[in-house]
Design a protein. Sequence first.
Length: 101
Amino acid sequence: MPTPTASPTPPAAALPSPIERSYRERLLRADDVCHLTGLGRSTLYAKVKAGHFPNAVQLHGACVAWRESEVDGWIAARPAAALPADAPARKSRTTTAQGAA
């Protein structure tokens, strides 16, 4: 009887998890990413190509998605918008009744 050989890969339970989460990682399609980031689709893909946005993962064929944690990390890394201190207050619009006698 031959002796059993060691498995080339350890069982899944023995592999360390890259990131411990208490929730399942969600994958976001391009429309969802555009909604969260405020970027347009072409800007999103241009930023990916330039290396300024996380890469998408291939689902199948031409179908790709982004890891929600990576998109959230990119959003968190954006600097806060600096509003000018001397910005004039916005005037409220008032409407007048037209055609009133």
